[in-house]
Design a protein around this ligand. Structure first.
Ligand SMILES: Cc1cc2nc3c(=O)[nH]c(=O)nc-3n(C[C@H](O)[C@H](O)[C@H](O)COP(=O)(O)OP(=O)(O)OC[C@H]3O[C@@H](n4cnc5c(N)ncnc54)[C@H](O)[C@@H]3O)c2cc1C
Length: 573
């Protein structure tokens, strides 16, 4: 009887362990199907009504909005962010599945040989089950936490989405590990007393398992929102260190099963190793002799913006708009730090000639000939516009300041490309609502959009604090777009009261405004003017602006209005 009951429970351990993986396989298949349908829908130019009322309802109420109210990028009182509704619903379903798998599939009876009392038997089974579920979640946690992750490619969902899944699966796994560890500890004391419990600590599988649970709690605790935001680098080092300790702990813990559970340690190790390998391959593909690759770095104090220019001469691939790259500075002490930045523009160095610089009174002209190799006219370059914060970006600023008035030259490794090209050429109208350094997103797409027949109209609504930033970017990255009648640029000065009449005179096509972007009015105007054409609204900027845009666009996904899609290029994970 005991053997039967044990076999019965073990079967469920096995199936429910697999249920964790199957759940995410189903999610990925849904994502893949959605991606293929979206391609078909966009490229087949179906009309608004053809979209179907139910699919619009689903987009308006499930896919696009924030989970609660309008906070998605913005945090809740410094405690954390809540993902969009569709992600939250997915995670709630996964949580329910974990709860169901933890409480179902047991046969309890008095007289079970391993635990004579029914309660003890249940405690044993639940402790076993939660241990299995916690461990079965490991490959998912590791996969979703990686930069190079095949499911990003399959579904087209961004790293931020998988990062949310990574965090929540990790938290669920931690709770299960805690139940497993506490459950077994209580069981030992209950069944055999404290002396036996203490004696158990002499067993490797026991103390390594308990330590793995402690490390799991630590890794989740040290990943809290404010710590991640305040001390990103420390968070990352601790995260990697604790991950290794958890895997080592688990290897010791499952050693009593003679290899049966070892794959759950080795799969995360392989996922991690493949990610590192892919990073190396990407760095190599950008610059086969990456240790010699150089970038020039300048800092415009008035604009509070660092400009990093990287030659593309040895890149084995083409740079696509909207993609992002991790930058590493190799010849400084912080060479291991790797931070993501979206490519702002790709050009030959002759595009940024002295002419452009002279037209801006606020710029500090830097003669291009002072830059190593930059006098070569045919040199193609990739430019990043980087807003300095406290750490890596602040150091870029310092390197640039130390060399002024010359640009600083740094050895850099570029790990990319990541992200995807948004299908904006399939829309009739594109409205960018961006703030500060978020301007890199429209700038990145401008060349592609203006050289395609669609969209017919491109609006850039850009909120900034420093007018000098606008001048800098207008003179360089936006210079070609200024004369293009399909492109309309509106600049909102949020930090200064007074309009700059001199700038208004110089940049004729640009509309200068004071105050915040009125998102509702902007989207409504675009929809009114769009007739039956399709509208894409793209945001990249402060959380409040992005969240408001998300809310406004979601509310307008109704059959009576032209079709509108929301795209968010977030700079925060
Ligand atoms: C896909 C993507 C594209 C981006 N593109 C640009 C861009 O083109 N221009 C630009 O100015 N900024 C961009 N950012 C933001 C930029 O990566 C961060 O501002 C930068 O990493 C902060 O570095 P720091 O060490 O100086 O930050 P800190 O002062 O330590 O922190 C500032 C903020 O940045 C966050 N942060 C720090 N490091 C990282 C990291 N490695 N990954 C994600 N977030 C981090 C912190 O949590 C904190 O909220 C982008 C971010 C992402 C995710």
């Amino acid at each position: 009887m005991t053997q039967d009951a044990y076999a019965y429970v073990r079967h469920y351990h096995y199936y429910y362990g697999w249920a964790m993986v199957i759940f995410w396989v189903v999610v990925v298949v849904i994502g893949l199907t959605h991606k293929l349908l979206a391609y078909w829908e966009i490229s087949s130019k179906r009309s608004v009504n053809a979209q179907g009322r139910s699919s619009l309802w689903f987009k308006r109420n499930v896919v696009t909005p924030a989970t609660f109210g309008q906070r998605c990028v913005q945090d809740f009182g410094g405690w954390g962010t809540v993902p969009p509704r569709v992600q939250t619903l997915t995670l709630v379903l996964f949580l329910l599945l974990n709860i169901a798998c933890s409480v179902h599939g047991y046969r309890a009876f008095d007289g079970y040989a391993y635990a004579p009392i029914k309660g003890m038997q249940m405690l044993r089974h639940i402790s076993d089950r939660t241990g299995v579920l916690s461990f079965a979640n490991f490959p998912i946690i590791w996969l979703f936490g990686m930069r190079n992750n095949i499911v990003i490619w399959l579904t087209g969902w961004d790293f931020k989405t998988y990062n949310n899944f990574h965090r929540w699966v990790g938290r669920i796994s931690m709770v299960e590990a805690v139940i497993h560890s506490i459950g077994y500890s209580v069981l030992l004391v209950w069944k055999s007393g404290w002396p036996y419990f203490w004696w158990m600590w002499t067993w490797t599988y026991w103390w390594t398992g308990e330590l793995a649970t402690v490390f799991l709690c630590m890794i989740v605790g040290l990943s809290v929102f404010w710590f991640r935001r305040q001390q990103y680098e420390l968070f990352l080092v601790l995260h990697i260190g604790l991950s290794i300790l958890i895997l080592l702990g688990m290897l010791g813990h499952v050693s009593i099963f003679r290899g049966a559970y070892d794959p759950l340690v080795w799969i995360p190790v392989i996922i991690w190793a493949l990610d590192r390998l892919a990073r190396g391959a990407r760095i190599f593909a950008f610059s086969p002799r990456f240790w010699r690759a150089k970038a020039t770095v300048t800092y415009n104090e008035d604009a509070h913006m660092v400009r990093v220019v990287v030659p593309l001469s040895s890149s084995l691939y083409d740079i696509q708009p909207g993609t992002f790259y991790y930058l590493m500075v190799l010849n400084k002490w912080n060479f291991w730090e790797s931070h993501p930045f979206t490519v702002a523009s790709v050009s030959g160095s002759d595009c940024y000639g002295p002419e452009a610089e002279q037209s801006s009174p606020l710029l500090r002209p830097v003669p291009m000939t002072q830059t190593t190799g930059y006098s070569e006219k045919s040199q193609r370059e990739m430019t990043f516009l980087i807003r300095p914060y406290e750490s890596f970006t602040a150091r870029l600023k310092e390197y640039a300041e130390a060399e002024q008035p010359k640009p600083a030259t740094l050895r850099v490794a570029i790990d990319g490309p990541y992200g995807k090209v948004l299908p904006l050429v399939n829309f009739d109208k594109v409205v960018f609502i961006v703030g500060g350094s978020g301007i890199v997103v429209p700038v990145s797409y401008l060349n592609m959009l203006t050289s395609s027949t669609r969209p017919e109209s491109i609006e850039i609504h850009w909120a900034i604090r420093q007018p000098a930033l606008a001048i800098d970017v207008l003179d360089r990255e936006l210079r070609d777009a200024l004369g293009n009648e399909r492109v309309k640029i509106s600049i909102y000065l949020t930090g200064v009261e007074r309009r700059r009449t001199a700038d208004e005179a110089i940049y004729k096509g640009v509309e200068w405004r004071s105050g915040r972007v009125n998102v509702e009015e902007t989207v409504d105007r675009a929809l009114d003017a769009g007739e039956d054409g399709r509208l894409a609204v793209v945001t990249s900027g402060p959380g409040r602006m992005a969240d408001e845009t998300r809310r406004v666009v979601a509310a307008r996904m109704v059959p009576s209005l032209p079709r509108v899609e929301y795209f968010e290029e977030s700079f925060e994970w």
